[in-house]
Design a binder for this molecule. Structure first.
Ligand code: HEM
Length: 405
């Protein structure tokens, strides 16, 4: 543990996903050498850093989400957010979680992939065509900020021109999914839920009365049979699992892909020559610098063995997928972006009980965005001084990413 600065250890204890730290990975490496999991005093939870233990815990049904929300609801009793979150997929457990996942997946399967692909490609091409003659531009402002908003709104059937008002509520809403919580975060998230209610409930009611082919109509219509969702459940699904889940993470992934390629110009040259390499580049960047560094916390229902550590029953625990993705027992040269990682079993979509339901949608957006970039920009770097790193609990990426061509 010698090589880790005491300040970094304190930062890890305060929030193990080390929000905004330029390079958290040496800290994770040093801690992982000591033990696969560490206790963090700030959020009062265990953080798992080692790959084998992370894989195991992501699948362990003894780690449950609902009691963790009860714990937070007790701590911040004036707020509704943690009770409302219990209707939300990442915080559900057991059979009710399984049937809700099934329901959402059935609605997803009806998405018209050709239409979606065309929509994403045209959007990305139009945005990048507008800056192709500039020698520098902010990729987040030009593309990454808006692409996921327009894509998810296209799928949900949110009318064009009304998107920004709902998008503004995403950040406080997502903050209430962080590892570290406090009163102001909870209060702001209550306001965000209210804003989502004002925005989405009229739309949900309109689709109940007059269904169309969009995702909201399909979630209402219960294609798999057996689940009739209440307004509150619909609201959580739409605002959380589609809107917030997608806006934050996809935007971060696109910025990080650009940073990786600016640092590895040989890989960018290779993928411009051979576009079939793009999906593996996206996977490797997901591994290298995961947009969601940690999963939502759970409570251990019984003692849980985690390598040399026993997590006692009743304790909270999170899995740091970003740290596990750099575990050298699983990935050779874990700090290097390599095109030849096969298989690349990264944990960025949390394979297990709560595996990301939007993983293919995220991959598609990043792949098509990168194709558009490769079509228009022969080579690029980025300006670290003009770029701004995001500081947002367990999420990692850029607020502004100035690309220099
Ligand atoms: C790069 C983009 C994305 C990343 C890195 C990502 C990552 C994750 C992770 C790590 C989880 C597990 C959370 C946990 O266990 O607490 C998750 C869950 C989830 N994600 Fe994503 N996500 C991305 C994009 C999306 C998109 C585009 C959507 C939908 C439009 C989406 C919908 C969901 C849903 C519904 C869950 C909850 C699944 C469950 O609890 O059963 N995600 N995501």
């Amino acid at each position: 543990m010698d090589q880790v600065d005491q300040r970094d250890l304190r930062a890890f204890g305060a929030n193990p996903s080390l929000p905004g730290m330029p390079d958290p990975y040496p800290v994770y490496a040093a801690l992982r050498e000591q033990a696969p999991a560490h206790w963090c005093d700030g959020p009062q939870m265990w953080a798992v850093l080692a790959y084998p233990e992370a894989c195991h815990l992501l699948r362990d049904p003894a780690l449950v989400r609902q009691p963790e929300r009860d714990r937070l609801a007790q701590m911040y009793g004036n707020s509704d957010i943690y009770t409302k979150q219990k209707l939300d997929l990442p915080y559900m457990d057991g059979d009710s979680h399984r049937s809700m996942r099934h329901h959402v997946l059935a609605a997803y399967h009806a998405i018209d992939l050709a239409d979606l692909t065309g929509f994403i490609s045209s959007f990305a091409s139009a945005r990048l065509a507008g800056v192709a003659d500039r020698d520098r531009f902010d990729l987040v402002a030009v593309l990454a900020d808006d692409l996921p908003v327009y894509v998810v709104s296209h799928l949900l059937g949110v009318p064009a021109g009304e998107l920004e008002s709902a998008a503004a509520a995403v950040r406080p809403f997502v903050a209430a999914r962080g590892l570290v919580q406090d009163g102001p975060i909870a209060a702001d998230a209550d306001d965000a839920v209210k804003a989502f209610e004002d925005f989405f409930l009229p739309l949900i009611n309109a689709r109940r009365a007059y269904p169309t082919g969009d995702l909201i109509s399909r979630l209402i219509s219960d294609p798999a049979g057996g689940l009739r969702l209440s307004d509150e459940q619909m609201l959580m699904l739409v605002s959380s699992n589609f809107y917030a889940a997608s806006l934050f993470t996809v935007r971060l992934l696109i910025g990080t892909v650009a940073v990786a390629l600016a640092r590895y110009p040989d890989i960018y040259r290779a993928l411009r020559r051979n576009r079939s390499l793009i999906p593996s580049v996206v996977e490797e960047v997901l591994r290298w610098d995961a947009p969601a560094q940690a999963v939502n916390s759970s409570i251990a229902e019984r003692d849980v063995e985690c390598g040399s550590v026993t997590i006692p029953a009743g304790d909270s625990v999170t899995v740091l997928v970003g740290a596990a993705n750099r575990d050298p027992t699983q990935f050779a040269e874990p700090d290097v972006v390599r095109l030849d990682r096969r298989p690349n079993r990264h944990l960025s979509f949390a394979p297990g009980v709560h595996q990301c339901l939007g993983l293919n949608l995220a991959r598609l957006q990043a792949t098509l965005a990168l194709e558009s970039l490769a079509d228009r920009i022969p080579a690029f770097g980025y300006d670290p001084d003009a770029s701004v790193r995001l500081v947002a609990d367990r999420f990692r990426g850029y607020e502004a990413l100035v690309v220099v061509t």
